[in-house]
Design a protein around this ligand. Structure first.
Ligand code: FAD
Ligand code: NAP
Length: 342
C-alpha cells in the first residue's frame, strides 16, 4: 500500500485543478481496505479517475486512490457471462476487453473516462444505454458497519445520473468491485439520435459490436473536448427532470425547448438548450469558460482554480434560474470545504 504525504491532485483530476491533500493512500486490494484508518467523509475523499469531481478546496484529510485491478468471468451459460471487475480498472479498458472476449452490452458506453468503481456512482450512461441495464451487483466496504456489503442492482437505486451512493448514502461505501451481466449474442442499440447515421455514413447497415464501438468513439472524439487539451469533467449539469404539469407550463412559454419523456410522470428537458438560450456559450470567468462547442461543458481554459470554475457554474445556475425558473443540478461531485464557498 503506497502512502504519499501532501500529494498534489493536479494530475489526478480531469479539470486539472491544483488541489492538495494531507495524505494519499493507494488501495491495491481488499486486504489494504481492512488496514485503512477510519474514513471520515467530512475530511477524506475516495478518488477514481478524477473525471467527475471538482476540487474547489484542498482535501484536509486522506485521499484514498482506488487502484484495485482484475477482470474475471465468474459464471456463464450459453447466453450470458457474469463478469467481476476490480474497481480500479479503467472503464474503457473493460469495454475493449469485453470486445476481445466476445461479450456484449458495453459498446455504447465506450470511451467514458474514469474507473469501473465509479460507474455505479452516477449510473453512467451514453448513447441510450445506462450501466443499470448491465449491472448485477456492487461489492463495497461499508464504513458505517465496518463490514463488507454486496448490494444488488435494486439496492443501488440507480436512476438518471444518480444512485444510492451519490444521493442517500454519500461517503458510506468504498466500492471495491462491480459485477456485470454481459451477453454472448450481440444486439445493436442504435435508437439514440446520430448513432445510426454515423454508421450509415460509414456505409455500415448491419453493424458488428466493433462497428458500434468505433462509431461511438468517433462521435465522442468529434464532439467532446479532450481533458488533455482543456480540463473538464464532461457535462457539468444534469438535464432537469420535470413533472408533467410543470413541463407543460414551461413548454407553453418556450415551445422549442427540447424534451424527452422519462416515464408517465416525468419529462427530461435539455439543460444545454437553456444554457445556450441564456447566451452563455463561450462565457468566461477568469481562467474558466463555458465551452463554445458544447454548452454543458465547463472548461479550465487557463490555469483556472476550482473556485473559478465553481463561480462560473453558479453564474450559469443563476442565469438559467432567472430565465426559466429551474435550478440546474451539477453532475460532478463538488468537493468544497465550507470556508471556501467564494
Ligand atoms: P471520480 O471522478 O474519481 O469520482 C466520482 C465520484 O465517485 C466521487 O464522488 C468519488 O468519491 C466517487 N468514487 C469514485 N470511485 C469510488 C469508489 N471506488 N468507491 C466509492 N466512491 C467512489 N459520465 C457519463 O455518465 N456518461 C458519459 O458519457 C460521460 N462522458 C464524459 C466525458 C468526459 C470528457 C469527461 C471528463 C467525463 C465524462 N463523464 C461521463 C463523467 C465521468 O467520466 C463518469 O462519471 C465516470 O464514471 C467517473 O469515474 P472516475 O473514476 O473518474 O470517478
Ligand atoms: P447529444 O447527443 O448532443 O445530446 C444532448 C443531450 O440531449 C444529452 O444530454 C442527451 O441526454 C439528450 N438527448 C438527446 N437525444 C435524446 C433522446 N433521444 N432521448 C433522450 N435524451 C436525449 O449529447 P452529447 O453531449 O454529444 O453526448 C452524447 C451522449 O454521451 C449522451 O448520451 C450524453 O449523456 C453522453 N455524455 C455524457 C457526458 C457526461 O459527463 N455525463 C459527457 C459527454 C457525453 P442524455 O445525457 O440523457 O443522453
Amino acid at each position: 500500500m503506497k502512502v504519499v504525504e501532501h500529494p498534489s491532485l493536479l494530475a489526478l483530476n480531469t479539470f486539472g485543478i491544483a488541489a492538495h491533500a494531507r495524505l494519499m493512500v493507494e488501495v491495491e486490494n481488499e486486504e489494504d481496505v481492512l488496514s485503512l484508518p477510519r474514513f471520515d467523509a467530512a475530511q477524506d475523499f475516495v478518488l477514481g479517475g478524477g473525471s467527475n469531481v471538482l476540487f474547489v478546496s484542498d482535501v484536509p484529510g486522506t485521499v484514498l486512490l482506488n487502484r484495485i485491478s482484475g477482470i474475471e468471468v465468474i459464471a456463464q451459460d450459453g447466453q450470458q457471462a457474469l463478469v467481476e471487475v476490480g474497481a480500479g480498472e479503467i472503464w474503457h479498458g473493460l469495454v475493449t476487453w469485453s470486445q476481445r472476449q466476445g461479450l456484449y452490452g458495453l459498446e455504447n458506453l465506450a470511451l467514458i473516462p474514469g474507473l469501473a468503481g465509479a460507474a455505479p456512482m452516477q449510473n453512467i450512461g451514453a448513447y441510450g444505454v445506462e450501466l443499470a441495464s448491465l449491472l448485477d451487483s456492487v461489492t463495497a466496504w461499508d464504513w458505517q458497519t465496518a463490514s463488507w456489503a454486496v448490494l444488488d442492482r435494486e439496492q443501488c437505486c440507480l436512476g438518471y445520473r444518480d444512485s444510492l451512493f451519490k444521493s442517500v448514502q454519500v461517503g458510506r461505501y468504498f466500492i471495491t468491485s462491480i459485477r456485470l451481466r454481459l451477453q454472448k449474442k450481440f444486439s445493436a442499440q442504435l435508437h439514440y439520435p446520430g448513432l445510426e447515421e454515423e454508421l450509415h455514413g460509414a456505409g455500415i447497415r448491419q453493424p458488428t459490436a466493433a462497428d458500434v464501438c468505433a462509431a461511438v468513439i468517433r462521435l465522442r472524439q468529434r464532439k467532446l473536448p479532450d481533458p488533455a487539451v482543456a480540463g473538464n469533467a464532461g457535462s457539468f449539469f444534469k438535464n432537469p427532470l420535470l413533472g408533467q404539469d410543470r413541463f407543460e407550463i414551461l413548454r407553453g412559454e418556450f415551445p422549442t425547448l427540447p424534451a424527452w419523456p422519462m416515464d408517465h410522470q416525468r419529462v427530461k428537458v435539455s439543460a444545454a438548450w437553456m444554457v445556450e438560450q441564456c447566451g452563455l456559450k463561450g462565457y468566461r470567468h477568469n481562467g474558466a469558460a463555458v465551452s463554445r462547442r458544447h454548452a454543458l461543458v465547463l472548461l479550465n481554459r487557463h490555469r483556472a482554480s476550482g473556485l473559478d470554475i465553481w463561480q462560473l457554474a453558479r453564474h450559469v445556475q443563476r442565469e438559467v434560474q432567472l430565465r426559466f425558473g429551474i435550478m440546474l443540478e451539477p453532475e460532478p461531485r463538488i468537493y468544497l470545504q465550507s470556508d471556501s464557498a467564494g
